[in-house]
Design a protein around this ligand. Structure first.
Ligand SMILES: *Cc1c(COP(=O)(O)O)cnc(C)c1O
Length: 374
């Protein structure tokens, strides 16, 4: 048996009629860029997130740096974040011209550890950029408290957590801007690239609307800007898919629960933890080997048995070639948890369209390797 890492084509087949109808509507309309389908999707996406505004952009990375820029973060400013995340979190801070300051992650959730943030705050600190890693919310209540105390901005990297919630808070409720990626592999993904910013701040919405479109608010009039738009064809696909996101996240949660029940006796690795009161949407189901030396052998074993397991993210940002890029980065304190996460992580296949047989086969092979360890 083989278990693939993605279910994109299965997902397309499941709702083909809805996607095709939406795309045909755009194709027949003659309006493909900044047209009515984008407006419709932005409205639906704001409603889904419970925010006043949503603005579509070219991708998730742009969503982050455009948010930082719209909030006035730039050269000379520092943004506090983590290194055990996709490279784009820091890349976006750098594109905005700011410095990334890395603190450690929480050993249980692998999201930023709020207790490590205060030690990293300097007079230059302008923003905190938490990542809702793997689909579980960072502790936004604690982060908001620190932000209020030091008058800092908060920009959520929500590329992985659409539809997630915390204990008594929603995503986008406690921040200045929240950034989403719609690249195909995300929980809500288009057939290509896309992104969005959701916010309750009318200025952030207004400024990003101009920045994404060559600094233009009115035809032929331009101020400083770029080209980073969400095409109407992508909006059409996303509008069709948005109707299914809660049901798809529920299926991800179902498969995660099945993995966790099946694997809980294992001795050589630990399983992801859902915090009480949280809704984890399992963008990724990441186990961690107890010994770093066990990671690659287990990964190889799964791959050899036809299971396309991967690692997210085996090379933390500060371990990447080119770090510290433009000297715009610094680490504060020990980041041992982030480094352990990078060294020990293995991602098992998880997506709504998995079958029970595929999940059970993956569990069986993972346990088989575990049973062979001393
Ligand atoms: C996917 C991702 C991004 C970047 O999104 P793109 O749409 O690929 O630019 C940023 N941060 C995190 C945590 C991601 O997973």
């Amino acid at each position: 048996m083989t278990v693939s890492f993605y279910g994109h084509v299965r997902q397309y087949h499941n709702i083909k009629a809805e996607i095709d109808a939406n795309m045909a509507e755009v194709l027949e309309s003659g309006q493909y860029v900044m047209g009515p389908m984008l407006k419709k999707f932005e409205k639906e996406f704001a409603a889904y997130n419970g925010t006043k505004y949503a603005v579509g952009v070219g991708n998730g990375t742009d969503a982050i740096w455009l948010s930082l820029m719209a909030l006035g973060v730039g050269p000379g400013d520092e943004c506090i974040t983590t290194t055990n995340t996709f490279f784009a979190t820091a890349e976006a801070i750098w594109i905005a011209g700011a410095t990334a300051v890395f603190v450690d992650s929480d050993p249980v959730t692998n999201c930023i550890d709020p207790a490590k943030i205060e030690a990293a705050i300097t007079p230059k600190t302008k923003a905190i950029v938490p990542v809702h890693l793997y689909g579980q919310c960072a502790d936004m209540k604690a982060i908001r408290k620190i932000a209020d105390k030091y008058k800092l901005l908060v920009v959520e990297d929500n590329a992985q957590g659409i539809g997630a919630a915390g204990d008594g808070f929603r995503i986008a409720e406690l921040s200045d801007a929240t950034c989403t990626s719609f690249i195909i592999q995300k929980n809500l993904g288009t057939f290509g690239d896309g992104g969005a910013v959701v916010t309750n701040n009318p200025e952030v919405d207004r400024i990003i609307r101009k920045l994404r479109n060559h600094g233009s608010g009115k035809r032929s009039c331009h101020s400083y800007g770029f080209n980073s738009r969400l095409d109407d064809l992508h909006a059409a696909i996303l509008s069709a898919k948005l109707k299914h996101i809660d049901e798809w996240n529920d299926l991800r949660r179902k498969w995660a629960a099945r993995y966790t029940a099946g694997l809980k006796g294992a001795k050589s690795f630990t399983l992801p933890t859902e915090l009480p009161g949280y809704r984890h949407v399992f963008h990724l189901y990441v186990i961690e080997t107890k010994q770093a030396a066990h990671r690659d052998p287990l990964l190889d074993y799964l791959n050899k048995n036809g299971i396309d397991a991967k690692c997210h993210y085996p090379i933390a940002i500060h371990q990447q070639e080119g770090y510290p890029w433009g000297k715009q980065a610094r680490i504060v304190g020990s980041i041992a948890n982030s480094e352990r996460n990078a060294a020990c992580c293995i991602t098992l296949p998880i997506y709504p369209e998995l079958t029970e047989a595929e999940v059970d086969y993956t569990i069986a092979k993972t346990l088989e390797w575990d049973s062979q360890q001393g």
